[in-house]
Design a protein around this ligand. Sequence first.
Ligand SMILES: Cc1cc2nc3c(=O)[nH]c(=O)nc-3n(C[C@H](O)[C@H](O)[C@H](O)COP(=O)(O)OP(=O)(O)OC[C@H]3O[C@@H](n4cnc5c(N)ncnc54)[C@H](O)[C@@H]3O)c2cc1C
Ligand SMILES: *[C@@H]1O[C@H](CO)[C@@H](O)[C@H](O)[C@H]1NC(C)=O
Ligand SMILES: *[C@@H]1O[C@H](CO)[C@@H](O)[C@H](O)[C@H]1NC(C)=O
Ligand SMILES: *[C@@H]1O[C@H](CO)[C@@H](O)[C@H](O)[C@H]1NC(C)=O
Ligand SMILES: *[C@@H]1O[C@H](CO)[C@@H](O)[C@H](O)[C@H]1NC(C)=O
Ligand SMILES: *[C@@H]1O[C@H](CO)[C@@H](O)[C@H](O)[C@H]1NC(C)=O
Ligand SMILES: *[C@@H]1O[C@H](CO)[C@@H](O)[C@H](O)[C@H]1NC(C)=O
Ligand SMILES: *[C@@H]1O[C@H](CO)[C@@H](O)[C@H](O)[C@H]1NC(C)=O
Ligand SMILES: *[C@@H]1O[C@H](CO)[C@@H](O)[C@H](O)[C@H]1NC(C)=O
Length: 638
Amino acid sequence: MRTTTAIHALAAILLLPFTSATRIIPDSKGKLPLQDGYDYIVVGAGIGGLVVANRLTEDPSVSALVIEAGNLDDRAEDVSIPGNIGFEDPRRYEVKVKMAEQEFLDGKVRIFSQGKAVGGSTIVNGLVWTRGSVADFDAWERLGNPGWAWSDILPYFEKSESYSAPVKNVSGAQPLLHPVAGNHGDRGPVQVSYPNYYYNQSYNFLDGIRELGIPINEDPNSGNATGASIVPSSMSGKNQSRADARTAYLDPALERPNLHLITGYSVTRVLHGNGGATSSNSTHDPRDSGLRVTGVEKTTISCRKEVILAAGAIISPVLLQVSGIGPVALLESLGIDVAIDLPGVGSNFQDHPTLQPVYEYTAPDIFTAWDIVGSTRDAVRQEYLTNRTGPWTAPMVNAAAFAALSWVTDREEDILNEAANATANLPPSYDSTLRAGYDAQRAELISMLARADTPAYEVMSTSWGQLAVSAMQPFSRGTVSARSASVFGNAPPLVDPRFCAHPVDCRLLLLGLGFNDRLIRTPPMAALAPVPPPGFGAADARNETALDEAMRSKITSGFHPSGTTSMLPLEHGGVVDPSLRVYGTRNLRVVDAGVIPLIPGAHIQAAVYAVAEKPLGLIVDDYNTDESEETGGRYYQG
Ligand SMILES: Cc1cc2nc3c(=O)[nH]c(=O)nc-3n(C[C@H](O)[C@H](O)[C@H](O)COP(=O)(O)OP(=O)(O)OC[C@H]3O[C@@H](n4cnc5c(N)ncnc54)[C@H](O)[C@@H]3O)c2cc1C
Ligand SMILES: *[C@@H]1O[C@H](CO)[C@@H](O)[C@H](O)[C@H]1NC(C)=O
Ligand SMILES: *[C@@H]1O[C@H](CO)[C@@H](O)[C@H](O)[C@H]1NC(C)=O
Ligand SMILES: *[C@@H]1O[C@H](CO)[C@@H](O)[C@H](O)[C@H]1NC(C)=O
Ligand SMILES: *[C@@H]1O[C@H](CO)[C@@H](O)[C@H](O)[C@H]1NC(C)=O
Ligand SMILES: *[C@@H]1O[C@H](CO)[C@@H](O)[C@H](O)[C@H]1NC(C)=O
Ligand SMILES: *[C@@H]1O[C@H](CO)[C@@H](O)[C@H](O)[C@H]1NC(C)=O
Ligand SMILES: *[C@@H]1O[C@H](CO)[C@@H](O)[C@H](O)[C@H]1NC(C)=O
Ligand SMILES: *[C@@H]1O[C@H](CO)[C@@H](O)[C@H](O)[C@H]1NC(C)=O
C-alpha cells in the first residue's frame, strides 16, 4: 500500500577538481549549465548507470542526467588494446579501496580495485565474458524474485550483446568453440568476440585439463557453465579492441539532447527534505513505499521521476547509509538521522575469493606476454595497428576451466556436509532477516555445488603460467559500512569481504590448488616446464596444512564485489524489490552489481549488463501507473 508520506530527497554533489567533462561543463564562474530538472538522475556512469540512462532516453520525451565521479578516459592504447590490459602503468582509471584486515586469512589488509571513469570498471576490467549457469539465475528467482529466472534474464543477456564467433584460424589455433545457435545476441550494444591470436600455452592448458577428465565446453555461455574453454571477451571482433559500457551505451547516444552527463563530480548523499509531505515522521517503515527523491543539490536540479544509484557495489550502499537508509544501529552510531531502517544495506556482501599463483614456464622458446618488450614490442604493436592481428589482440586470460565439484574430488559428500554444517560465521551485525536470507542462499549454494553444470571453482590461465584459482560459490558474507556521516569524511568506509569466514570457501580453493598441482604434471603442461611458486610445490600440495598456510596469505578479491544492496524479500534482508526499487521509497532505485542477491559462478559483467537492461519496462511502467494514480498529476518539484 502506498502511504501519503513523501520524504523528499536531494542528491548532494561536491565539486571536485575537474579535468574534463562532456556535454555539461562548468561556465567561467564554475556554475553548471544544467537544466532546471531531469526526469531521472543517475549516480555513476558504470554498467548500471549507462545502460539505464541509454535505455530511458531512447524515448525523446524522457530526460536523464548522469553524474560520474571519474572522467572520460583518453582511449589510449593501454585502455583499449586487449594485450595491454593489466599492464597499464599508471592505472589512471582505477581507485584502490582498502579492505578491512582479513581475520580468516592472515590478518592483513588487501585492496579492492574499482574503475573510476565513464564506463566504470569496464574501462579497466579483464574482458572475460561469462554469463553463469541456468541454476545461478533460477536460484535468484527461488530466493524470492519473480521474473528473474534464467529464462527471464536470457533475453536481456541477448539484448546487451553482439556476439561474433571466431571466424578464422589464427596461428593454427583451433578455438574449440561451437556456440549454441539462438543463444547469443546479434544486435546488442556490447561487442563480444574472440582475439585474432591465441598463445600456444592455452592449448597446453586445455589439453592438460582434458587429461584430468574435464570436458571442453564449446559454448560456456549456453547456461551450462562447466568445462574448459577459450573464453569469450568483451571486445570487438572487427577492430580487436575493448568493448566497454562507454562505447556500448554512451558513445552512440551522445547526440541525444535529452541525455546529459557531468564528469568529475561525486554524489555525496541523498538528502531528505520535507517538500509538502503530509507526515513528519522521519523514520520510515520500509514496508511502505513513500519516500520520494527530487534532485541534486548545489545548483538544485530537480528530478521529476527518480534517482537511480549506480555507483557500484561498494559505494552505492555507503551513499544509502549516509543518507539515512540502512541499519539503524550503524546509522545511529554515526549520528546519521534515520530515514529508513533497512538492515540489508551494506550486507550480503559477496566476492569470489581468488589467488593467482604463477607456475613459471621455463621450457625454452616459449613466447609469453612478458616477452613483448623492446623490438618485439615494436613489431607486435605494428602488427596490431596495421592488421589487428597478433599477440596484442589477446587479453590476459585466454583460457579458463570451470570445474564441477564432483569432477575434481572423491570427497564430495564431506565437502557438501561441511558446507551445510560449518558455522557460517556471519557478521555480528546481521539481524534475523539477514540470517534467514543467508540460510535460503546457503541451501541454494549447496544444491549448486552438487550439480555438474555449475562450477565449484574456476582456473584461469595466462600465457606466462599464472593459474589463478577462484571459488565460484562463496559461502562467506561480508559488510560495507560507512564510518563517517559523510562519504568524504575522515574515515573511509569499512569494506570487509570476510574471505573464508565460512571454511568451505578456503576448502574449495585448496582443492583448486591441488588440481593445479596435478595439472602441471600432465604431459601437455609438463612440456612447458612449469615451476610452482614457493609453498605451492608437489610436496606442499600433498601436505594440506602447508598448502593452506601458503594459500591464505595470497587470497584476495576476484574483482566481483556484489550483493550489498541485494534484490531479496525484505524479510530476507533485501534492499531492493524485483523492480530494483529501494524498499520504503517511491522513486529511488539501485542498478549495479550490488543488487545481485547470489553471485553467479562466473565473471559478473555480463550479468550486470543484463540486470541493468531488465528493469527498463518496470521503471517506465511504474511511472505510467503512478501518474494515473496521482491526484494533481506530476511529481512535486522541490
Ligand atoms: C580490475 C577489474 C577487473 C575486472 N575484470 C572483469 C572481467 O574480466 N570480467 C568480468 O565479467 N568482470 C570483471 N570485472 C568486474 C566488472 O567490471 C564489474 O562487476 C562491473 O563493472 C560492475 O558494474 P557496476 O555498474 O556495478 O559498477 P562500475 O562499473 O564499477 O561503475 C560504478 C561507477 O560509479 C562511479 N561512482 C562511484 N561513486 C560515485 C559517486 N559518489 N558519485 C558519482 N559516481 C560515482 C564510479 O566512478 C564508477 O564509474 C572487473 C573489475 C575490475 C575492477
Ligand atoms: C583450422 O585449423 C585446423 C587445424 O589446425 C584445420 O583442421 C582446419 O581445416 C582449419 N580450418 C580452416 C577453415 O582453415
Ligand atoms: C605455436 O605452436 C606452433 C605449432 O607447434 C608453432 O609452429 C609456433 O611457432 C608456436 N608459436 C610460438 C609463438 O611459439
Ligand atoms: C554440462 O556440460 C558438461 C560438459 O561441458 C557435461 O559434462 C554436463 O553433463 C553438462 N550438464 C548438463 C546438465 O547438461
Ligand atoms: C571499435 O569498434 C567499436 C564499434 O564496434 C567502436 O565503438 C570503438 O570505438 C572501436 N575502437 C577502436 C579503438 O577503434
Ligand atoms: C513513526 O513511525 C514509527 C514506525 O512506523 C512509529 O513506531 C512511531 O510511533 C512514529 N512516530 C511518530 C512521531 O509518528
Ligand atoms: C599485415 O598483414 C599482411 C598480409 O597478411 C602482411 O603482409 C603484413 O606483413 C602485415 N603487417 C604487419 C605489420 O604485420
Ligand atoms: C551434516 O549435514 C548433513 C546433511 O546435509 C547430515 O546428514 C550430517 O549428519 C551432518 N553432519 C554433521 C557432523 O553434523
Ligand atoms: C606439513 O606442513 C606443516 C606446516 O608447514 C608442518 O608443520 C608439518 O610437519 C608437515 N607435515 C608433513 C607430514 O610433512
